[in-house]
Design a protein around this ligand. Sequence first.
Ligand code: GUN
Length: 297
Amino acid sequence: MSAQIIDGKAFAAKVRGQVAEHVTRIKEENGITPGLAVVLVGEDPASQVYVRSKGKQTVEAGMNSYEHKLDADTSQDDLLKLIADLNADKDVHGILVQLPLPKHLNEDLVINSIAPEKDVDGFHISNVGLLGTGQKSMVPCTPLGCLMMLRDYHGSLSGMNAVVIGRSNIVGKPMAQLLLGDSCTVTITHSRTKDLPAVVRGADIVVAAVGRPEMVPGDWIKPGATVIDVGINRIDKPEGGTRLVGDVDYASCADVAGAITPVPGGVGPMTIACLLANTVTACCRIHGLVEPEGLTA
Ligand code: GUN
């Protein structure tokens, strides 16, 4: 293995420390405690784990956490009423509705009912538009975490060829916008892309976000390239039990890449750290306070 490992776990701890410092300052100087409301509809086990972890880390950073757990058969009207209440609540600076929602709820409608300035996921259509036009916005947490790690490792990303594998609204598309904002030449690839290996071989930066275990082999990677693995996939081990793997084949890619994020311990921990960062940022913007440096795009 020759690649440098980009330690997302350590980086996330640093970001959480910066957030906690800024929270302390806001409390002391302005008497305001940033607050994050997380809404979970139903009992999806993975979502329950994420929501618990978000609440715990929010409190550890010195902020207020408000958890709203609703039954799986909650009506759209009741969910929209809760979001309207949170939009109006002065103690709440960030609102996150955990996805996916049960099938009877309209995800787009629900997300777009969140006040854009409290949309710490950056999924509201206003924030998507602001990011796409290079204006100040709330930035989706996972791509923001990837960008922070890339900037930290490379300094400037200007002029680099970046290939994003996957075109989701949560990761692929906003990731491409952020890389474009940092003056990369960006290609978004997807299931219909012709000769994907050739496209990936031209990349100085590869961001893999497709949710397919170990899909990218080392011989697709340009020697010295930086590989950011967003995938978190649980697979069966031949000897029994399961393990977590990313969207890239770690062993073969680490042989060729210049730097790589591991799974677990790479992008994953950065997502919640960036959610905390976005909550402080939202609080500062709402109250006209100085924003923390280095924690936004
Ligand atoms: N479900 C999986 N990832 C996310 C995320 O980043 N935000 C929300 N709200 N739900 C998710």
